[in-house]
Design a protein around this ligand. Structure first.
Ligand code: MN
Length: 194
């Protein structure tokens, strides 16, 4: 059977400061995500999904297996989209063009994305995805859900579970989400779109 592993962060634990502290990243990656990985490995034997990919599990499973696999897939996409190096503050290339085409401007996209993130009630994720026709769409997904379940290709996501920001921002979810624009690596998003 396939053993799911905790993803390695592609940057140092303090690389995203001051936007995400090393303490938050340490708990979020090393404790929360690690727990989902351990839970999934414990639940899979006998499920028929022992050798399935996370993407397959998320589209086929139910209950605890679905929730833990969904959280692993979501967090893998989330952590991989950041960089601690200075980067372009707005997407160029195909992503930039598609955002302007489908939202009017990058600023209008950011506004809608943050609004959907701040108004998502409870725990979940806000996503930018591409539809089968290439059109970009912003969705709110509760708990561990992923746009793959709707036939969409996930491109960018902000985690709005309190564990993602509470140590640094307490109740100020909107401030946390707005800060994330400073650390997005748009080249990663561009690769996901292609
Ligand atoms: Mn999280």
């Amino acid at each position: 059977m396939k053993k799911h592993e905790l993803m390695e962060l592609p940057y140092a634990i303090e690389a995203l400061e001051p936007f995400i502290s090393a303490q938050t990243l340490g708990f979020h990656h090393g404790k929360h995500l690690n727990t989902y990985v351990n839970n999934l490995n414990a639940l899979l034997p006998g499920s028929g999904l022992e050798d399935a990919s996370l993407e397959e599990i998320v589209c086929k499973a139910q209950g605890g297996i679905l929730n833990n696999a969904g959280q692993i897939l979501n967090h893998n996409l989330y952590f991989a989209q950041f960089s601690g190096s200075p980067m372009a503050t707005a997407p160029t290339g195909q992503t930039g063009k598609a955002i302007t085409r489908d939202f009017g401007s990058f600023e209008a996209f950011q506004e809608e994305f943050l609004k959907k993130g701040t108004t998502l009630f409870g725990s979940g994720w806000v996503w930018l995805s591409a539809g089968p026709d290439g059109k970009l769409i912003i969705t709110q997904e509760p708990n561990a859900a992923n746009p793959l379940q709707k036939g969409l290709t996930p491109l960018l996501t902000f985690d709005v579970w309190e564990h993602a920001y509470y140590l640094d921002y307490q109740n100020r979810r909107a401030d946390h989400l707005a800060a994330l624009w400073k650390i997005i690596d748009w080249e990663i998003i561009e690769k996901r779109l292609k």
